[in-house]
Design a protein around this ligand. Structure first.
Ligand code: SIN
Ligand code: CO
Length: 385
């Protein structure tokens, strides 16, 4: 378990979140790295893992993309191995991310882990997303500035750097220290010795992302089919003219769509999809009958949630509360529902990395719950230990 030390969540959000960079000294007490550079190198050899090596010799930058057959072959001069979504593959890395659960799941992206040798880094750059970077073993000097207009440089086609920012933070981070960097704040981290860094990244969907997903949702579910009408059309002097009032009607048609329940359902479905969809290899999934699952639950067997799995659900508007009969939640874009009576038990199941039935009794729980657990296990989202 990782938990934040000397950290006031509310104060952080009020003063820093999306506003200013911050160093949190010893945010984690006696920090233990959830993995080491050998584990990281092993992950970078897997075809399903997104990894790259950035290296600098003299003034030449190189970027190589994984999977790497021979990691060492790309490690020239000062180099960093960077691996995305490590939380999907290493349960201890997922536990590190869980220390930031005061920010909603849907807002979180992944845990990127980097290993750098002395003097290595990816150069000064901007990221479009907020990030907490945790210092693992070793030490690294971080400089962070404020947003501005910077010269863009591409020392390699896959490396977007900037030049000339004035740091407002210039500090050496030690194991357990954390630096928070809001989106679009220039930064540069240079390893002072061999070091590991863990970046908890956040998502911020753009209007374009939303529109494209909403259009797919409308087509897939045959929704939003209302057509334009104009009973009071006036004869037009210039037939090429589009009246402002007509554009306003377009806006109204779209605004109406935003007020529907279907729009909220789309939002929940959209936000349940992680940036990178985790594909489960069907061959790796062990299938259980409903009876097997009931037996295991009764026997107090722990059910482990796969680290990549995050369930989200909509807060119900108070005005609607009496009408609601089912508790709905979403995983990887798929909707699941159980009767409202089972909500507490299901939330318990969804929220814990490892679930087991307390008192080893199924008396108060319903068949809907056990069926749900069976579906989750047979989808590869949970597994009995
Ligand atoms: C790194 O861990 O090497 C890079 C993190 C960043 O600056 O975004
Ligand atoms: Co960055």
């Amino acid at each position: 378990m990782y938990s934040l030390n000397n950290f006031d969540k509310q104060q952080f959000i009020n003063q820093y979140w999306q506003k200013k960079p911050l160093v949190i000294k010893q945010g984690f007490d006696n920090f233990i790295d959830p993995l080491d550079e050998h584990d990281l190198a092993g992950l970078s050899q897997e075809p399903s893992v997104d990894s790259r090596i950035v290296s600098q010799t003299a003034n030449t930058w190189q970027v190589s993309h994984g999977p790497f057959e021979d990691v060492n072959a790309h490690c020239l001069g000062a180099w960093s191995l960077l691996v995305q979504s490590v939380d999907h593959f290493v349960p201890e890395a997922d536990q590190l991310m869980r220390a930031f659960d005061f920010i909603p799941h849907w807002r979180m992206d992944d845990l990127m882990v980097s290993f750098s040798n002395k003097d290595a880094g990816v150069g000064s750059h901007l990221d479009q997303y907020d990030v907490f970077i945790i210092q693992g073993k070793g030490s690294r000097r971080w400089q962070v500035g404020l947003p501005g207009n910077f010269n863009k440089i591409n020392p390699h086609k896959d490396l977007a750097q900037i030049s000339g920012f004035e740091p407002v933070i210039d500090q050496v981070l030690q194991p357990g220290d954390i630096i928070y960097i809001p989106a679009n704040h220039p930064h540069n981290g240079v390893a002072l010795e061999e070091c590991l860094n863990y970046s908890v990244g956040f998502r911020a969907p753009s209007q374009q992302d939303m529109l494209s997903s909403l259009a797919d949702f409308a087509i897939d579910n045959n929704l939003f089919n209302q057509r334009y009408t104009d009973k009071e059309l006036a004869p037009r002097e210039f037939s090429g003219e589009i009246k402002q009032q007509e554009v306003t009607r377009f806006k109204h048609m779209l605004q109406q769509l935003l007020e529907t329940e279907q729009f909220s359902n789309w939002a929940a479905q959209f936000l349940s999809q992680s940036g990178e969809k985790q594909e489960f290899d069907e061959q790796d999934i062990q299938i259980f009958s409903h009876q097997d699952i009931v037996g295991k639950l009764k026997a107090g067997v722990p059910f482990v949630r796969c680290p990549a799995i995050k369930a989200v659900f909509l807060e119900q508007p108070l005005s609607n509360i009496e009408k609601i009969e089912d508790f709905m939640f979403y995983i990887q874009g798929e909707v699941f529902s159980v009767p409202l009576n089972d909500k507490e038990l299901v939330l318990n199941f969804l929220n814990r990395p490892v679930f087991y039935l307390e008192n080893n009794t199924l008396d108060q729980s319903s068949i809907f719950f056990t069926q749900l657990v069976t579906t989750m296990v047979n989808s590869g989202y949970w597994y009995p230990e």
